[in-house]
Design a protein around this ligand. Structure first.
Ligand code: NAP
Length: 524
């Protein structure tokens, strides 16, 4: 049955964040439409405009490498750029490569059905668009769907409530306000020190304390910029050969191989390295050996005790229930120092969880409560694959994928940074580009070979799940409740959703599947 609203295109890309934008560019030889929920490009960097939002990977790395002129002409003002600069960069790329002609803004995808006879996806959007396409690429992001705990009393609260991932573009005036802040993850620790300087009072409601190391952000010096610009090509290649697609100092020694004096020196250097995450790479076995990890934990606890003057507050801020790195390490500017301010207080909500918004006299409540991560954006779209099976049913016990790219029973649908990819364990712009290229090559090969249908087998999906489990068993990540394993959301099922075997191994497995005659795929 044809409908007069139907539009036929080759490829629908969902999301105009960094991966979706690059996919739109890379696949522009096809008839491509990119559907975006927001009113602008940038994805994460469009939505997360809270005060202090800043990337925690060096900007020279956290940027596109697909176009040499782009990387030569662009100037990052700081080592770790702030949200406005990242959004400006996303807009520059959209203009420079004429991407906007393909993007439909403020137009989220609501549902999709696969037509097995025609080998087409029907894609329906909030604005009433009905697109028929041969392929869908979901570049929906790992941290897209905000987690909004359903606290009673929310509606009765007379002040304003904000989630950091839905921050008003015009900003918020905190002058003279009593602000309550819920959430002490990467977002909270960035936003709070700035809000504390502006508000009359800041009350922090902490469920689990964070490990946080100083970012060492500073203006980007010309020498460093020129060095990167002279060597971009090699550096990008080198990045993809590292665990996290990021050039930092990777250690060769385990903690045990160092004397106590050496350990202390290495940890102090890592703390002051101005290189994010270096603490997790102080020794080779920080994420695989509990006693090496505890050494780093205690080093950070000692830092907290030395910074925070009130001893009771300092102890409350010391994480004791999970390994450092088990939840993503926070990178901040003055987070612990903030607790020495007269107008900041800390409330422990672990012992007595927040049950409703009633007890405190506050003008504003900010929730930095994270995301229904990895699967959230996809789960909020009604997706119906082969035999009317839905993705919600398929993922009821947790997400399953093949190489993080396809879900068996959902043909011609690819994901970038999908469940069981390295996602935020690796630098997401460069690895997103890599995954887009890998996906685009598969689509190109389908065209070349005159094929119309590609799916993953159930067996391949199971084997990938075993690989993902095998590498996560070797790491200490499993001892933390975090968005990596969905334990941050009450009732969310499934295991570890991130591939922690390192980007090189991930890429090699993806490449070899293709090289071995599309092993694990069904193509027809
Ligand atoms: P998050 O790490 O999941 O932290 C959410 C915080 O909210 C946690 O402290 C959590 O406590 C708390 N929370 C959630 N529900 C709660 C409840 N019902 N009651 C009390 N507290 C509650 O989220 P995020 O801080 O937004 O960061 C998510 C990820 O985004 C990061 O891990 C990182 O990958 C990325 N990010 C990156 C940057 C950067 O590049 N600089 C900045 C921000 C975010 P529990 O720990 O007890 O669950």
């Amino acid at each position: 049955m044809t409908n007069k609203n139907e539009e036929h295109v080759d490829i629908v890309i969902i999301g105009a964040g960094f991966s979706g934008m690059y996919a739109t560019h890379r696949l522009r030889n096809y008839k491509v439409v990119c559907l975006e929920a927001g009113a602008g490009v940038g994805g994460t960097w469009y939505w997360n405009r809270y005060p202090g939002a800043r990337v925690d990977i060096q900007s020279v790395e956290y940027s596109y490498g697909f176009d040499e002129e782009l990387q030569q002409e662009w100037h990052w003002p700081e080592y770790f750029s702030a949200q406005p600069d990242l959004e400006r960069y996303a807009n520059h790329v959209a203009d420079r490569f004429n991407l906007r002609q393909h993007i439909r803004f403020s137009n989220p995808v609501e549902s999709m059905q696969f037509d097995e006879v025609e080998n087409r996806w029907h894609v329906h959007t909030a604005n009433g668009d009905h697109l028929l396409c041969r392929y869908v690429i979901a570049a929906t992001g790992s941290l897209t769907a905000p987690n909004l705990p359903p606290w009673p009393g929310r509606d009765q609260f007379k002040g304003d409530i904000y989630h950091t991932a839905r921050w008003p573009a015009e900003g918020v005036d905190f002058a003279g306000k009593r602000v309550g802040f819920i959430g002490t993850g990467s977002t909270g620790i960035q936003a709070m020190p700035i809000i504390a300087e502006q508000a009359q009072e800041l009350v922090v409601f902490q469920r689990t304390p964070a490990f946080c190391m100083p970012s060492g952000n500073r203006p980007l010096d010309e020498e460093h910029e020129q060095d990167w610009k002279a060597h971009y090509q090699n550096r990008r290649k080198q990045m993809l050969e590292t665990y996290g697609a990021s050039i930092i100092e990777y250690p060769t020694a385990t903690a045990d191989e160092c004397s106590p004096e050496q350990q202390a020196e290495i940890l102090e250097q890592a703390w002051n390295s101005k290189s994010s995450f270096q603490l997790l790479f102080a020794f080779r076995d920080v994420m695989t050996n509990a006693s090496a990890n505890e050494l780093v934990c205690e080093f950070v606890r000692e830092k907290i005790r030395s910074i925070v003057k009130n001893t009771e507050t300092a102890e409350l801020l010391c994480p004791t229930t999970y390994p450092i790195g088990g939840k993503r390490l926070c990178i901040g500017n003055g987070y612990y120092d903030m607790y020495n301010r007269e107008n900041v207080s800390l409330v422990d909500v672990k012992a007595s969880p927040i049950v409703e918004f009633a007890e405190y006299e506050l003008d504003v409540i900010i929730t930095a409560t994270g995301f229904d991560a990895v699967t959230g954006a996809m789960s909020r779209i009604e997706i119906e694959g082969s035999n009317q099976s839905t993705l919600t049913e398929k993922w009821a016990e947790g997400p399953t994928t093949y190489l993080g790219a396809m879900v068996s029973g959902f043909p011609n649908m690819f994901m970038i940074h999908g469940p069981s990819t390295p996602a935020a364990q690796a630098q997401m712009i460069t690895t997103g580009e890599w995954q887009v290229n890998w996906t685009a090559d598969i689509i190109d090969s389908m065209e070349r070979d005159g094929l119309v249908h590609i799916d993953a087998t159930e067996e391949a999906e199971q084997q990938w799940a075993q690989e993902v489990d095998m590498v996560s068993e070797q790491s200490l990540h499993k001892f933390a409740e975090s968005w990596y394993n969905g334990k941050n959301i009450e009732g969310k099922k499934g295991g570890f959703m991130i591939y922690v075997g390192g980007f090189p191994r991930f890429a090699e497995l993806c490449d070899s599947a293709v090289a071995n005659g599309y092993e694990g795929f069904i193509r027809k």
